[in-house]
Write a protein that binds this ligand. Sequence first.
Ligand SMILES: [Zn+2]
Length: 82
Amino acid sequence: MKRAASLKRQPPQNTPCDACGGRSFKRKTTTFPFPLPTGQTMNVAGIQVQECLDCHALAPTHQGKLKLARCLSTFMSLPDKI
Ligand SMILES: [Zn+2]
């Protein structure tokens, strides 16, 4: 059987925590404070994150990042963003 060499490898599910290097996470959907280019922070509801079980830092999952990117592009298209 031939393998599809063009398929990209999935990144490992458990990347270490940015803050403490821990590898135990709990997935949840929550409101995530997203820093904007304007210096403000936008609280985006319904973002998939993984919570570090050691230091409780939140990191958006791949799906969460995609949603944040969509929210950001929506925000940037608003006429009165200042
Ligand atoms: Zn941590």
